[in-house]
Ligand binder design. Structure first.
Ligand SMILES: NC(=O)c1ccc[n+]([C@@H]2O[C@H](COP(=O)([O-])OP(=O)(O)OC[C@H]3O[C@@H](n4cnc5c(N)ncnc54)[C@H](O)[C@@H]3O)[C@@H](O)[C@H]2O)c1
Length: 341
């Protein structure tokens, strides 16, 4: 299946990993960038090109999503004589996609990029929208660029080897897409249906419809931050240990729902449906003695907030949500309690 966005096609089908070379049209040489641990997947993609692509590996994990890693990729591209018409194919999760994508954006002021996401989170979220970048010691994702891919190739078969916790982490981001923009997608989660292909397709459509209409994150794109204000607070208070980003988003959605109900934006009935569904997918619990003040303090630095005004995305039903300004500290504190309750 091909999902067309304004700027690039998304090829979504089982087995497509072995056909990347036929699905995209490189103008020159091709460089597959992948994680050392995912070499086998990277080699398969490389062999799908004629002549086979050159494979460049990087160490995986958030700690390696750095300027130094991106620079090393650029150095390898130079050593292999890559040119302006060369193409980078990023094969991996969000860490590889962001880092290799940023290297492609920097190299000779930008060469073609194809994303081949291999985690569920990357397949439903990070591979689209053109945001690429790396972390800085002072914070995550502080260095980056907009560099939309030429194409995205999604093969749900590769998720078979993904650890269960990573799979579930992606599920919460997809579930988020259902609540904010697609009731039928939410219902797949509510019914706990084993329908991963449908989940990916619907979640991709929600994400790409939003980023397509607003590529530089001025307004609509902020909708994707549903659940993220309190999630960032929880992740920061836990020093990014013991909880995945997706799980934190699950708890963050429960917190946002509380604020939406208090404001009369969301019915109790819909809140119950959403909260129950999130809990049914079993996000790792947040320690009961977590420092609430640290969570609250971290939400203040949330990038959606402009000046002292707090802005949050609140659901107004299942499949609809709003960007709401002027959220008070007391409301966020109540949301945090609900998320931890
Ligand atoms: N650019 C964006 O718009 C955007 C959006 C959301 C998140 N992100 C970024 O994405 C990153 C998180 O990405 P992630 O959740 O994919 O994590 P990840 O890239 O760290 O991958 C998680 C783990 O899964 C392994 N893995 C990947 N594919 C596998 C497979 N098929 N089988 C077995 N193991 C596999 C990886 O080696 C890694 O150990 C963060 O850095 C985040 O900032 C970016």
């Amino acid at each position: 299946m091909i999902i067309s966005t304004r700027r690039y096609p998304i090829h979504l089908s089982r087995g497509s990993l072995n056909r990347v070379g036929q699905l995209v049209s490189p103008r020159g040489r091709v460089f597959v960038v992948t994680a050392t641990a995912l070499c086998e997947l990277g080699e398969r993609v490389a062999r799908s090109f004629d002549p086979p692509a050159t494979v460049i590996t990087m160490d995986d994990g958030e700690a390696n999503k750095t300027l130094a890693t991106a620079e090393r990729i650029v150095t390898e591209l130079l050593e292999h004589n890559a040119k302006r018409d060369s193409m980078v194919v990023a094969v991996g999760g969000g860490v590889v996609g962001d880092t290799a994508g940023f290297a492609a954006a920097m190299f000779l002021r930008g060469i073609d990029l194809v994303q081949v996401p291999t985690t569920l989170l990357a397949q439903v979220d990070s591979a689209y929208g053109g945001k690429v970048g790396v972390n800085h010691p002072k914070g995550k994702n502080l260095i980056g660029a907009f560099h939309p891919p030429r194409a995205v190739v999604v093969d749900p078969d590769v998720l078979r080897s993904l650890p269960d916790r990573e799979l579930r982490s992606g599920m919460f981001e997809a579930l988020k897409g259902g609540v904010l923009g697609d009731a039928a997608l939410f219902e797949l989660f509510e019914q706990h249906r084993d329908a991963i292909d449908q989940i990916i397709e619907r979640a991709v459509r929600v994400k790409t419809a939003i980023v397509d209409s607003d590529e530089r994150e001025k307004d609509l794109r902020r909708l994707l931050n549903y659940g993220h204000t309190i999630a960032h607070g929880i992740e920061a208070a836990m020093q990014y240990q013991g909880i995945t980003h997706g799980e934190a988003v699950g708890w963050g959605m429960i917190g946002a729902n509380e604020i939406a109900v208090r404001r009369g934006l969301l019915s109790d009935r819909d809140r119950t449906r959403i909260d129950r569904t999130i809990r049914a997918w079993e996000p790792a619990p947040v320690p009961a003695d977590i420092d609430r003040a640290a969570i609250l303090a971290a939400t203040e630095h949330d990038k959606k907030n402009t000046g002292s005004m707090r802005v949050m995305v609140l659901p107004t039903g299942i499949g609809t949500c709003d960007i709401v300004e002027g959220i008070s500290e007391a409301e966020i504190a109540a949301g945090i309690e609900a998320a931890l309750g």
